[in-house]
Design a protein around this ligand. Structure first.
Ligand code: F6R
Length: 368
């Protein structure tokens, strides 16, 4: 049952610490990352010279986040592509290409066809999936399961953050096999991942405050979301959640693109959600975002800022401030996504919509 919550999605949002811990469990053994022993060897991983991530919707956003970590850790080029686009162009694939197919359901038609196309071109395919024995893992060379548990709400929440963790395991396994990270560095990165369930638990302390904010935002016509670096895909995901649940026009932008068009949308009272990087971890990006916020605030936007605890520089520019715990930059999406999930759900509920079953959507999209 909904565990005393108004809607399943809220329960599933609150299950994220446990889902993350379950996804990570068992993947670090005797000082090494272990992915899928049976089907993908260290040699297979060493041979990889390019990575493609293919997925749809929210799973695609988890892939966009992974690109930052995998390229940084492995020095391998990573392309992230919508499965529905990947399969209809002629991507450059061979036996040294690793294709990571991310799908919560494991049944998404476009992602499945992308897997078939990649295998037809001799690429190796690793599936990241939340559903045991689904079609996509069955047709892949290897599988890494997220153990988020069944997700009842149509909108992906705990499976999204679990996908991010699983993607990071893939990145660390590649770095370990290629030697681009020393064993002690891999161990340290894994330890940071293992600290995330507790950090996400802390981020959940924003739930009541964000629900109250959502109730006040429920009659907005549109909401914009801005971010930089890993905060950019978080902004895209925040916008997708709002569209699908609250049927509200929402767009996510890379904050650096503001002046290239989107700033023309800013008008008095328009809510703009900004995902801030850490003032310490990413000082340069932080300063740029503060300047972006001051510009949109000067044009009358209502700024809703998701920032690291104790970030005082951004405070004067935040009409609403939501503080999340300080974590390493690459792991920030795991905490900053939490308030955006809650915001979308609560706006939808206030508008009278069924949060768990948004109109026109299905949990598993088996037609193209
Ligand atoms: C959004 C959402 C969808 C799915 C997409 C892919 O909340 O749930 O965008 O992420 O349909 O689904 P899977 O992961 O099952 O392939």
């Amino acid at each position: 049952e909904k565990g005393g919550h108004d809607y399943f999605m809220l329960k599933e949002i609150e299950e994220q610490p446990e889902a993350l811990a379950n996804t990570l469990r068992g993947h670090f053994d005797h000082g090494r990352i272990v992915l899928d022993e049976q089907r993908m060897s260290d040699q297979d991983l060493r041979d990889v010279d390019k990575v493609f991530v293919v997925a749809c919707g929210t799973a695609y956003h988890s892939g966009l986040i992974a690109k930052y970590a995998i390229e940084h850790w492995t020095r391998l080029p990573v392309e992230v592509e919508l499965a529905s686009e990947f399969r209809y162009r002629d991507p450059v694939l061979d036996r040294d290409t690793l294709v990571v197919a991310i799908s919560q359901s494991g049944e998404t038609a476009d992602t499945l066809e992308a897997v078939r196309h990649a295998r037809g071109q001799k690429a190796r395919v690793l599936a990241i999936c939340n559903t045991n024995g689904a079609q996509i893992p069955r047709e892949s060379d290897a599988v890494l399961y997220t153990h988020a548990g069944p997700e009842v709400g149509v909108a992906a929440t705990k499976t999204f953050t679990s996908q991010i963790a699983a993607n990071y395991l893939v990145g660390l396994a590649l770095a370990q096999a290629r030697g681009t990270k020393y064993p002690d560095e891999v161990a340290r990165e894994f330890a940071e991942l293992e600290a995330m369930p507790a950090a996400v638990q802390k981020a959940l302390s924003t739930v009541d405050r964000v629900r109250e904010l959502g109730r006040r935002m429920a009659d907005s016509k549109a909401v914009l979301f801005l971010g930089r670096h890993v905060g950019f895909p978080v902004a895209l995901e925040g916008a997708l959640k709002l569209k699908e649940l609250a049927y509200m026009h929402a767009e996510g932008f890379a904050a650096g693109e503001l002046k290239h068009g989107p700033i023309a949308l800013i008008e008095s009272g328009l809510p703009v959600v900004v995902v801030m990087p850490s003032p310490k971890g990413r000082a340069v990006l932080h300063a740029k975002l503060v300047s972006n916020i001051s510009e949109i605030q000067a044009r009358g936007a209502r700024t809703i800022v998701i920032a690291e605890e104790g970030d005082d520089t951004v405070r004067p520019f935040a009409d609403e401030l939501v503080e999340v715990p300080a974590v390493p930059t690459l792991l920030q999406p795991l905490v900053s996504s939490v308030p955006l999930q809650v915001l979308a759900a609560e706006i939808a509920r206030t508008r009278g919509y069924d949060v768990d079953k948004p109109r026109n959507l299905a949990k598993s999209v088996t037609v193209e």
